[in-house]
Design a protein around this ligand. Structure first.
Ligand SMILES: [Zn+2]
Ligand SMILES: [Zn+2]
Length: 239
């Protein structure tokens, strides 16, 4: 928290300070990550350890290969594949800066980190349609871009808008998993005209961070109810 505040203050006065440690560095002219943090990231990696085969949860429990949520059948999508671990502190700082501070330069760096694992993912899979979790109109206006679509566009991955997002008064991070699931119910209706497009299709739904899975689960439920055949999830980061 302190570090975050310090970082905010530093980045206000020194726009080329590192998004993770706040140090000012001239070498950060073309990136918002200092060489030290870049080195840490390269050395630590952001690989998800022992991922659940269904949802990419970082570790599993009694049921071999499956996390608790998946062992009780919590999700309607076929599987979620997450690219990098959000538990890596440098990744987390980069994502926060990109997502909430309009730091597109860091978005570009994240796209660079995601490029190889995403290419790998697509090399073994086929989908009829690719879509993303949208922002509400209000958030899109405030932020100026959808962070998921920004990365997909940078990686030249074609995607179709299929879902809308209703405004939501509650901050999800303060809710329990069950409350989160309830709070997003009905939040992602199909856009007008999407129904004939999705009928009997295998769709890849993409979001930035998989935390409890309630957002992508709700998107899945909408798409399946609308006539889609199968939903698979890709998330850039796994909390
Ligand atoms: Zn740094
Ligand atoms: Zn799981």
């Amino acid at each position: 928290m302190m570090k975050n505040l310090l970082h905010r203050v530093l980045s206000f006065f020194f726009p080329h300070s590192c998004v993770s440690c706040g140090v000012r560095t001239d070498e950060a002219r073309y990136t918002h990550l200092c060489p030290g943090c870049a080195e840490y990231l390269a050395a630590s990696g952001a690989v998800i350890q022992s991922p659940c085969v269904k949802c990419s949860a970082p570790a599993y429990t009694d049921t071999p290969g499956l996390c608790y949520d998946c062992s009780i059948g919590a999700f309607s999508f076929t599987r979620n594949t997450s690219m990098l671990s959000y538990k890596n502190p440098v990744i987390r700082d980069m994502v926060l800066s990109f997502k909430f501070e309009s730091d597109k330069l860091t978005g570009r760096d994240l796209a660079g980190l995601l490029e190889a694992p995403i290419r790998d993912f697509f090399s073994t899979r086929q989908f009829d349609l690719i879509t993303s979790i949208p922002l509400s109109r209000q958030s899109l206006k405030a932020r100026g871009y959808n962070q998921v679509d920004y990365i997909l566009d940078r990686l030249n991955i074609p995607h179709t808008g299929l879902l809308e997002r209703k405004e939501h008064p509650t901050h999800q991070s303060r809710l329990s998993q069950k409350e989160r699931r309830e709070s997003v119910r009905g939040q992602f209706p199909l856009i007008p005209g999407a129904r004939p497009l999705i009928r009997d299709k295998k769709i890849l739904l993409i979001d930035d961070i998989f935390t409890t899975g309630s957002t992508v689960e709700e998107g899945t439920v909408t798409l399946l109810a609308g006539g889609a055949r199968e939903i698979e999830i890709l998330t850039f980061f796994r909390a």
